[in-house]
Design a protein around this ligand. Structure first.
Ligand SMILES: Cc1cc2nc3c(=O)[nH]c(=O)nc-3n(C[C@H](O)[C@H](O)[C@H](O)COP(=O)(O)OP(=O)(O)OC[C@H]3O[C@@H](n4cnc5c(N)ncnc54)[C@H](O)[C@@H]3O)c2cc1C
Length: 321
């Protein structure tokens, strides 16, 4: 039986894992997070929830649309008519639900930060922060490219300059995500999602109207790229309050019960590698993929999840071939 280690249990890693496991491969997915999903992220807030990563999923390709509307995903996905440009999909109780559905039946080791990668004559051995070691015939590294470069930094003998050049092409922008618990509904108009073209704020969502937080009103604010870059390593709470103060027309101060701020250093892709994955020039299979692969700018920010999905599928196809 062929075996594979996948580093990263985000949309791309889970998609590749499903495909390989479905064809009889022994697949182990490792993720540093406490749960699966990566940027398909939903946080619990008192009696509610808020999506603090991906907000709405769109599909351009027939392949992704077919998956979004298949019987397999029906329990996890719902349509959200927020997008004038076409149908948008969301996780039924938050985006993380989509990842949990994909993870069903897979062997996933969470809280396992991969710290080193070693090539052996017939496969790969990776070591994690907990001191554990995992071995397999093939390795898929499906984490943001800057993190992949750091991970492989010490193993400089593994990557050739062409491999490094591929990863270095990929650029991300940061994003501060502000999660607001409310004690009364705000006044965000239906259906609950607003693209705000303000200097400091890109997006505002009402998670109760979105349908993922029925028992408690909560809101998600995504800061603009410029604001996020300025405040990324500063006082996050102060940054969150600064954004909230600009939104009293939608979220009056007396309605706000709690504010949390999440920092995404690698949020959305601004420059991708054109192919859906990159195969390193190693003697045993090592592939890099994820949302940074398979596209040309300008990027529609709501097609990132689709790009991650297609990258995961094409990586699995390549190994199966
Ligand atoms: C605020 C925000 C808003 C967004 N909005 C949208 C949107 O509306 N629509 C859209 O389509 N896309 C959106 N995106 C982008 C979308 O979420 C991503 O493109 C997609 O989820 C990426 O999936 P991925 O599998 O490539 O990577 P990730 O989800 O980042 O998965 C990588 C995984 O690797 C793990 N990892 C990293 N390093 C290690 C290590 N050393 N060892 C073990 N595990 C490791 C991480 O924990 C993570 O779980 C948004 C993203 C953010 C942050």
């Amino acid at each position: 039986m062929s075996s594979c280690i996948i580093i990263g249990a985000g949309m791309a890693g889970l998609t590749a894992a499903q495909q390989l496991a479905g064809r009889g491969w022994r697949v182990t997915v490792l993720d540093k997070g406490r749960g699966v999903g990566g940027r398909l992220a939903t946080r619990r807030l008192t009696n509610g929830r808020a999506d603090h990563g991906a907000q709405v999923i769109r599909a351009e390709s027939a392949e992704f649309r077919a998956w979004l509307t298949s019987a397999d995903t029906e329990a996890a996905l719902a349509e959200w008519p927020v997008d004038p440009a076409g149908t948008g999909w969301i996780g039924r109780d938050g985006m993380n639900r989509v990842a949990k559905q994909l993870a069903d039946g897979l062997t996933i080791e969470t809280e396992q930060t991969v710290t080193s990668v070693h090539m052996e004559p017939d496969g790969w051995r990776v070591e994690t922060k907990t001191g554990q070691s995992f071995q397999a015939d093939a390795l898929l590294c499906i984490i943001p490219a800057p993190q992949a470069l750091t991970l492989f930094g010490d193993a400089s003998n593994l990557l050739r300059s062409t491999d490094r050049d591929a990863l270095q092409q990929i650029q991300y922008e940061p994003c501060l995500s502000v999660l607001v618990t409310l004690n009364q509904s705000g006044s965000i108009p239906a259906p609950g999602g607003l693209w705000l073209d303000r200097p400091d704020i890109a997006w505002l969502a009402d998670n109760q109207q979105k349908g993922i937080s029925p028992d408690q009103p909560t809101a998600t604010i995504l800061a603009s790229t410029a604001f996020s870059q300025t405040h990324l390593d500063g006082d996050l709470n102060a940054a969150g309050q600064q954004l909230l103060a600009q939104l009293t027309d939608y979220l009056p101060a007396e309605a706000v019960a709690d504010v949390q701020v999440h920092r995404w250093r690698y949020s959305q892709v601004t420059q991708a590698y054109p192919e859906p994955f990159h195969r390193a020039a190693t003697t045993v299979p090592l592939l890099f993929g994820g949302d940074g692969f398979g596209g040309a700018a300008p990027f529609d920010p709501h097609l990132n999840v689709e790009r991650a999905f297609l990258s995961g599928r094409r990586m699995a196809d390549a190994l199966l071939a």
